[in-house]
Design a protein around this ligand. Structure first.
Ligand SMILES: [Zn+2]
Length: 326
């Protein structure tokens, strides 16, 4: 890994990051480093794994300025656009070099293709010393996501308590504390790093590749609060929680049963009861082709809000909720 510094201003430096693996030879990632004069925890923050998730990427830029002004202890390293090959193509979900979704390749694989090698280097080289790894996401071109945070439990009580405390620095619609034994949500950096003894948090907030000031602030405030919680700054972004912060332990994927036109009845953040209609399906002539029904009580964390859907497509993320919380 090589850092080519192209600018410096006080504690802030920026430039391009390159890696030694031959597969990554043409890759140059923009980076920011903020190094405080006093010792303290190290934060590693990434955004742009999905390069249409512009609120997360914008928050990463604003966090650079925040930490340049306010970091008293420790260090913050930021990669504001991880999926550089996809950025100017507006690539949805995947990295165009190998067609893989960077979000589900952790902990990486040096023997794999471009995206797997990249994830390996980011987690185990660039962020090797990080005390907390923070992955910011939210709303690709066809998606609307609730403001939610994900973290992975491991069964180690003290370790999990700290991870949970980090996640709860965000003011979210929901906090997903993935149960230690769950297997249907794996491969995110946030799922895999805790299994290697490292703290990680992932935030989702945004929609359809457009700026939403509330979502930018959601990401920004959560990370700024983590830094304050760890003693790196004295600045705390938001003092009181305004959102519901509903804690869930997992979520399921509702998939498209057929290729069709989709008429959604729900939006990200909505609570639903078992059997409730989530959307109607119609064929190309406008004839009804069935309904999507909620398989259980739950909280809608993500919807694909584009009205043309493909069979098997992941349309809705639904977190199971007990009826008493609805
Ligand atoms: Zn994403």
């Amino acid at each position: 890994m090589h850092k080519h510094i192209i600018g410096k201003n006080g504690t802030l430096s920026w430039g391009t990051l390159t890696f030694d693996s031959p597969l990554l030879a043409d890759l140059q990632l923009p980076f920011f480093d903020i190094q405080a004069p006093l010792p303290g925890a190290k934060l590693a923050i990434i955004a742009g794994m999905h390069p249409n998730e512009v609120d997360a990427m914008e928050a990463a830029l604003r966090l650079k300025d925040h930490f340049a002004r306010h970091l008293l202890r420790g260090s913050v390293s930021i990669l504001p656009v991880l999926n550089m090959p996809g950025l100017f193509e507006h690539a949805e979900f995947v990295c165009p070099v190998d067609g893989k979704n960077l979000n589900f390749l952790s902990p990486g694989d040096l023997q794999g293709s471009f995206s797997q090698v990249l994830i390996h280097h980011v987690l185990h080289e660039w962020a090797k010393e990080a005390d907390v790894f923070i992955d910011l996401h939210g709303g690709d071109l066809r998606e609307d996501v609730a403001k939610f945070v994900m973290c992975q439990m491991t069964g180690d009580r003290d370790f999990d308590q700290h991870t949970r405390a980090l996640a709860h620095q965000f003011d979210a619609d929901s906090i997903v504390e993935f149960a230690a034994e769950q297997t249907n949500n794996r491969g995110r950096a946030t799922n895999e790093l805790p299994r290697l003894g490292r703290h990680a948090v992932m935030a989702e907030g945004g929609a359809n590749g457009v700026f939403d000031p509330e979502c930018i602030a959601f990401h920004f405030d959560g990370v700024a609060n983590i830094a304050q919680f760890l003693g790196l700054t004295e600045e705390r972004a938001a003092v009181s929680k305004q959102r519901r912060n509903i804690v869930v332990s997992n979520f399921d994927k509702v998939e498209a049963p057929i290729s069709a036109r989709l008429y959604l009845d729900v939006a990200a953040g909505d609570p639903v009861i078992a059997g409730q209609r989530l959307g109607r399906l119609k064929d190309l002539y406008g004839n009804p082709q069935g309904e999507l029904l909620a398989p259980h009580h739950g909280l809608v964390l993500m919807v694909v809000n584009h009205p043309i859907i493909n069979q098997g497509e992941w349309l809705i993320s639904l977190a199971p909720l007990p009826a008493s919380t609805l």
